[in-house]
Design a protein around this ligand. Structure first.
Ligand code: ASP
Ligand code: MG
Length: 421
């Protein structure tokens, strides 16, 4: 069996959904677990809705209607027959979302986020499942919250690796027994042992595909994207970027770890452990080869790869008492980072200060800074870029640093990183 993941870009409009269905048509004799994320930029819209629920109740209506109109404009094009069951299912999803929004807010932002934002995935997968039915591709709709079991770290839930593979395989057996070749489920979402919805972190649908692939010992996992494969830079940043034909698992892990957005960082490890190849292919030209990630002998990947992380904050932390930073302070700082679930993208220490570069998350960072300020002197710069170059050379460095202010630099044998203004 294979696992296919289609992201938001592939289903951003009715034509996109039709295209996904036509790709699947070419695989109708195979057994495929299909993982869908929210359509277009809908996850951003759901985040906005969540923020309205917390901070701006008067705007809930508008944010909700924006999402509703977006989905209805797609289904009206896909399902001319108004008695199609899809209408009932979509309506009931919107009704239960509305009920949720009318409840009083609990103070736990992450918990509420995880009950609202998954609707993006639920709507998208419901629409695709019904559309496949309509085009003669029978499929079983699966609620991922029943098979992806996590802990209760809302918005960044960790997979329960004991229970999940077992639950996924059991479900898959039932699906095959019922005679289906296709299953359609949601990426990015799961549920905690208490049955509450959780999410795996932004862009987490790739990870879901890997979890399912791992659980079912898939022959391959394919991520269908709007790019020809893994590129050596984001085309928005570097229009002259090139496609990489094959990568080792380790190269792919490094690229994703440093922030290459083409694959979610957690995706590779489970596949590597099970020796399952990951293919990154274009949904625009599905017959092209794409990028193969797996046990490749010697990846010829020595062209420099550039990874850009925008909207970074660089925080310098100094003890008030002029004690050396490494004495006991480091562990306190890491406890705070873990408390607010902040990922460090780069760190560096000197005798008297410790610097960290991380995404400038508007919810988490202010809490961290407030806490740090009680014991430390803090300086910070915002609106920075973190640029990582894998397999760097002089020319590549020149290209990035030319005429820019570099606030921090870190170099190892294969990788160099710059925090730049
Ligand atoms: N829809 C989610 C997001 O946009 C998950 C994903 O796309 O992978 O972050
Ligand atoms: Mg998405």
């Amino acid at each position: 069996m294979k696992v296919f993941k289609f992201g938001g870009a592939s289903t951003k409009d009715a034509e996109g959904v039709k295209n996904v269905a036509s790709i699947l048509k070419q695989f109708e004799t195979e057994d495929i677990f299909i993982v869908i994320s929210a359509m277009g930029k809908m996850t951003n819209a759901f985040e906005k809705l969540t923020n309205c629920y917390f901070n701006d109740k008067n705007s809930i209506r508008d944010a909700f209607n924006y999402i509703k109109v977006f989905h209805y404009s797609i289904i009206e094009l896909l399902f001319p027959d108004k008695t199609n069951l899809v209408y009932t299912h979509i309506e009931s999803l919107f009704n239960s979302l509305l009920t949720l929004l009318k409840k009083d807010s609990t103070p736990n932002y992450n918990f509420v986020y995880d009950s609202i934002v998954p609707y993006g995935e639920l709507l998208a997968s419901t629409i695709l499942s019904h559309y496949l039915n309509q085009t003669g591709q029978p499929n079983k709709f699966i609620d991922a919250r029943q098979i992806i079991i996590t802990d209760a770290t809302y918005r960044e839930a960790r997979i329960n690796w004991d229970k999940t593979p077992e639950t996924v395989s059991h479900k898959w057996e039932l699906i095959l027994k019922e005679g289906f070749k296709f299953a359609v489920t949601q990426g990015f979402i799961g549920s905690s042992a208490h049955g509450f919805a959780t999410t795996l972190g932004r862009e987490g649908s790739d990870f879901t595909a890997a979890i399912i692939g791992y659980s079912l010992k898939a022959e391959e996992v394919v991520i269908w994207k709007d790019v020809p494969g893994v590129l050596n830079a984001d085309p928005k940043e570097m229009p002259d970027c090139v496609k990489i034909d094959s990568l080792t698992y380790s190269d792919a892990i490094e690229l994703a770890y440093y922030g290459a957005t083409v694959i979610h960082p957690k995706t590779i490890k489970p596949l590597q452990n099970a020796g399952i190849p990951l293919l990154v292919k274009s949904f625009i030209s599905p017959s092209d080869k794409g990028t193969y990630i797996g046990n490749v002998e010697n990846s010829n990947q020595k062209t420099p790869s550039f990874i850009f992380k925008k909207n970074q904050i660089l925080i310098s932390i100094m003890p008030n008492d002029f004690s050396f930073i490494v004495e006991h302070n480091i562990s306190t700082i890491f406890q705070l980072l873990s408390k607010y679930d902040i990922k460090v993208n780069l760190m560096q220490n000197s005798a008297l200060s410790f610097s960290i570069c991380s995404d400038n998350d508007p919810q988490k960072i202010p809490l961290l800074l407030k806490d740090l300020k009680t014991s430390y002197k803090i300086y910070y710069n915002t609106s920075l870029d973190l640029v990582t170059i894998r397999h760097y050379n002089e020319q590549a460095i020149e290209r990035i640093c030319n005429k820019k202010t570099t606030l921090l630099e870190q170099k190892s044998r294969n990788t160099v990183q710059f925090v730049i203004k």
